[in-house]
Design a protein around this ligand. Structure first.
Ligand SMILES: Nc1ncnc2c1ncn2[C@@H]1O[C@H](COP(=O)(O)OP(=O)(O)OP(=O)(O)O)[C@@H](O)[C@H]1O
Ligand SMILES: [Mg+2]
Length: 222
């Protein structure tokens, strides 16, 4: 189902052909797993200050590497309702997405996709959803998050979020988030953006920070 050329072009690291990136994402995976286990959490949301920092790529590669652990399954959810992109990274054609689930009552089973990676399930977006921040703070989203987390307790749920500072979508979803992973992009993210982002999330739990596109490829910070 997945085309290796599409994955490679989009920097989705599925095989063992990208040794540096794979090692970095494995380290990220292990740190995330350990910290989530210590806090007793099974859901994590990936965000960043600005558009294009690498949230989606980090969410995808983290989810793939979490799914490499044989004893756990992973659900990757495209919560960027305004600009969903996970399906494009995988080269997937999506007929029904998360918008159909939230707005039109489509059954979960019709929306979930198994992209062909063992133990990984994707809840994709399809097109942009209007009034996304109102929808994100609505009871429909609360019910969906509850269902996703409760249905399979041993599963890890990874939410790919919109940027924190480019709208109120990420903040609207924050009450449903157990813990955040913040992506910063080397050479792009400014000190001001970091400060504003942490101020916005001052009441939220932050699992850690990922420095994306650094010389070391990917790194976690405490
Ligand atoms: N470490 C990296 N090395 C090279 N290119 C990268 C890296 N991380 C991200 N990119 C590229 O940067 C672009 C933005 O990445 P991505 O879609 O993950 O960002 P995003 O934060 O999710 O953006 P948006 O805010 O639009 O959702 C993509 O073209 C992606 O391939
Ligand atoms: Mg994104």
């Amino acid at each position: 189902m997945l085309n290796p050329d599409v994955l490679r072009e989009h920097r989705v690291i599925c095989g063992s052909d990208d040794a540096g990136g794979l090692t970095a994402y494995k380290m990220l995976r292990t740190q995330v797993m350990q910290r989530m286990a210590a806090k007793g959490l099974n859901a994590i949301a990936i965000t960043s200050p600005a558009p294009g920092d690498g949230k989606t790529l980090t969410a995808i590669n983290l989810a793939i590497n979490l799914a490499r652990e044989v004893h756990q399954t992973v659900l990757l959810v495209d919560m960027d309702l305004r600009n969903p992109s996970i399906h494009r990274y995988f080269g997937l054609k999506v007929s029904k997405g998360i918008g159909d689930l939230l707005l039109h009552g489509a059954p979960m089973g019709e929306v979930l996709i198994n992209p062909g990676i063992e133990r990984l399930v994707v809840l994709p977006g399809s097109g942009p959803v209007s009034n996304s921040s109102e929808l994100l703070s609505s009871p429909a989203v609360g019910a969906m998050v509850h269902e996703l987390k409760a249905r399979y307790p041993s599963r890890i749920v990874v939410f790919d979020l919109p940027p924190l500072l480019a709208g109120d979508d990420a903040l609207a979803f924050a009450p449903y988030v157990d813990t955040f992973l913040i992506v910063l992009r080397e050479g792009k993210t400014t000190r001001d953006e970091i400060q504003h982002s942490f101020e916005m999330l001052k009441d939220a739990d932050i699992l850690g920070t990922v420095l994306n596109a650094s010389e070391d490829r990917v790194a976690t910070y405490y």
